[in-house]
Design a protein around this ligand. Sequence first.
Ligand SMILES: NC(=O)c1ccc[n+]([C@@H]2O[C@H](COP(=O)([O-])OP(=O)(O)OC[C@H]3O[C@@H](n4cnc5c(N)ncnc54)[C@H](O)[C@@H]3O)[C@@H](O)[C@H]2O)c1
Length: 362
Amino acid sequence: MSAQRVRVKSSAGIYSIYVGEKILPQGLAAHLPAKVPVAMLVDEGVAALPLTLAIFGWLEKRASRVVRVRIPAGERSKSVDEYGRVLRQLAGAGLTRDTWVVAVGGGVTGDLAGFVAATYLRGLPVIQIPTTVVAMVDSSVGGKTGIDLPEGKNLVGAFHPPKAVLADLRWLESLPEAERLAGMGEVIKYGAIADAKLFAAVAKGRPRSMAKVIKRCVEIKAKLAGEDERDLKGRRALLNFGHTVAHGLEGVSAYAGLRHGEAVAIGMVVAAHLSVKTRGLKKKTAEKLKAAIAAYGLPVTHPDLTWEKLSPVMARDKKATLQGIRWVLLRKIGRADLVAGVTEKKVCLALEEVREGRPPKK
Ligand SMILES: NC(=O)c1ccc[n+]([C@@H]2O[C@H](COP(=O)([O-])OP(=O)(O)OC[C@H]3O[C@@H](n4cnc5c(N)ncnc54)[C@H](O)[C@@H]3O)[C@@H](O)[C@H]2O)c1
């Protein structure tokens, strides 16, 4: 087992994230007490993989009992219905307060399982085992859990830091290429907001070491989430670069049209155009960001990029306040700010430019 470790500060104490090869299932031993009941919530997309079966086999030996719950693949599982179904399955199995939740899957399973753990019997400990790039670099870290409503994404949730996160790179071998690329959208995001070197490295093409890239993203997330766990100081909100429009697009398509990372990719292009108009971002830098996104085969435009379609959903964005939508915008690569008071006119222009594939204008 070779793993790199990143520590994250949280209100519930410090927890560790391990990134590496072959860290499962034995890496669980340091975190999961013996002889407790375990609810293993598993993403359907990985349920039959040998690594999942190895984890299940290991848990069966370690735990007093293991209740396995399959989570159907796709964003629709982050719903009130699916949340209720899982809770009822745990209650039906008679799981008690000493139960540990082990979440195995992408961000959808991690967010749902985390929220189940935060709320079932008023809270159970959870270990996150992320299986996608998005889940490894982002959703498993920082303790945000939750589900969507038809009215908007992530509108119901809880802060519930995990006890540990074990990111085993072998999951990426079975990950479909489109999901891997969607994850690279989030990686580009980290570079854009916080690390010009990371951006330059990924903009050059497929990284040679995913372990290094994932670890660096986790470090950035750990720092921002550690400084502002509850998302109240405007630090953690920087992680939402590209997400205002992304959540709008996902809401408009009822979570069926685009992968999260793809929606974020388009959202980053819009935010870059808006940054040119309001933050003095160089046009050439906005174009560089767009080129890096496109180089990973990610979308850089969408027909639904109109104020009429997106503003009702964007207004419910969790960064929105009484002063309106707050945008994460760039001054340069590696330097982002949370910005209020961007005029509707400028947003409309940015949306139009991106929808029509035009370069940004000041
Ligand atoms: N909590 C947070 O801080 C946070 C941060 C970022 C994203 N998110 C959430 O994460 C979700 C997106 O997560 P995602 O991009 O991981 O998508 P996902 O969870 O939908 O997984 C993508 C697809 O890949 C499959 N899959 C997962 N791992 C696999 C593997 N190793 N091999 C083969 N198939 C595999 C899944 O079954 C699914 O079909 C969104 O709901 C988003 O809101 C949350």
